[in-house]
Design a protein around this ligand. Structure first.
Ligand SMILES: NC(=O)c1ccc[n+]([C@@H]2O[C@H](COP(=O)([O-])OP(=O)(O)OC[C@H]3O[C@@H](n4cnc5c(N)ncnc54)[C@H](OP(=O)(O)O)[C@@H]3O)[C@@H](O)[C@H]2O)c1
Length: 271
């Protein structure tokens, strides 16, 4: 059996990782969620014998320690792969330099995103390292974003969601630091960007049609992002396609890739 733990598995990309990984009965797949009772989409697959659910908040040392104990009870104390996917953008997070923004809101957003997307990776990785050290694959995958890539930001000139971007840039650096520290133990640590992914099918209340103004704003943003990849079709990936691509990257990366930020395409084509 090969064991996988995926955090943020209640919905979106994390849920799709659980769905696809559980299709192979030789995999033991563990979904980490904040609240199992409220994870309604996940409940559709928890009857599968190779799917297990543990609870934990990735920003809490205490609950992640308990989650590691629960995983130990499932796997006998080992873990082959961890996919640290829990995260997201906190707040309205629109601009760093706008003088009309309340400075204390901006600071709160910087701190909140940093805690959720960067500090959580250290808490989670350290809680599960004893199990991963006994695992066969020794792969630590930190789900990041091109929004935290310095070169993507330079080329596109993209201003938006800066607090989120800062936190994902920190996450990319955390991947490099773990890669350096764990290289001698044959770990592969990867920051992996999923692409632009439509996860609305597993978000209650987000199936409504966007307004014309929203569509225009999104199109303007897409044109900016396309500066990094002019042949991009300007469409988000389905969650299924993104996860299938990401799983290919996860299985193919080796020591030479450790510490890198790669896209769902296994390179720096982010879209
Ligand atoms: N979708 C995209 O286009 C895109 C692009 C680039 C990067 N990403 C990254 O991909 C990852 C998944 O994104 P997504 O679009 O699937 O997001 P999503 O649908 O908003 O799901 C986020 C998941 O993270 C969980 N989570 C949030 N805070 C948590 C915490 N403190 N402890 C434990 N779990 C927590 C949520 O659980 P609850 O249900 O309890 O809230 C949920 O399962 C994120 O790291 C995101 O930054 C996404």
């Amino acid at each position: 059996m090969t064991s996988y733990l995926v955090t943020g598995a209640s919905r979106g990309i994390g849920l799709e990782f659980i769905r696809q990984l559980s299709e192979d009965s030789k995999n033991t797949v563990i979904a980490l969620v904040r609240n199992a009772a409220k994870s309604v989409y996940l409940q559709e697959i928890t009857h599968l014998p190779n799917v297990h659910v543990v609870e934990g908040d990735v920003t809490s040392i205490e609950t992640m320690k308990k989650a590691a104990e629960s995983v130990t009870a499932i796997t006998g104390g080992t873990l082959d792969y961890i996919i640290e996917n829990a995260g997201g953008d906190i707040g309205t997070d629109t601009s760093l330099a706008n003088p009309n923004r309340d400075p204390s809101t901006l600071v709160e957003e910087l701190k909140g995103n940093f805690e959720l997307n960067a500090v959580s990776a250290v808490i989670t990785t350290n809680a599960f390292l004893p199990l991963l050290r006994k695992g066969k694959a020794k792969k630590i995958i930190l789900i990041s974003s091109a929004i935290g890539d310095l070169e993507f930001t330079r080329i596109t000139g993209f201003v938006g969601i800066p607090a989120y971007g800062v936190s994902k840039a920190a996450l990319n650096y955390i991947a490099q630091k773990y890669a350096a520290e764990l290289a001698a133990e044959d770990f592969v640590v990867l920051a992996l960007s999923p692409g632009l992914v439509d996860t609305s099918s597993t978000k209650e209340g987000e199936q409504t049609q966007p307004s014309e103004e929203d569509i225009k704003k999104m199109q303007a943003i897409f044109e900016q992002w396309a500066k990094s990849q002019p042949d991009w079709d300007r469409k988000p990936l389905t969650v299924q396609d993104s996860v299938t691509k990401q799983l290919k990257v996860i299985s193919s990366v080796g020591p030479k890739d450790s510490g890198k930020l790669l896209s769902q395409n296994g390179n720096t084509a982010w879209l």
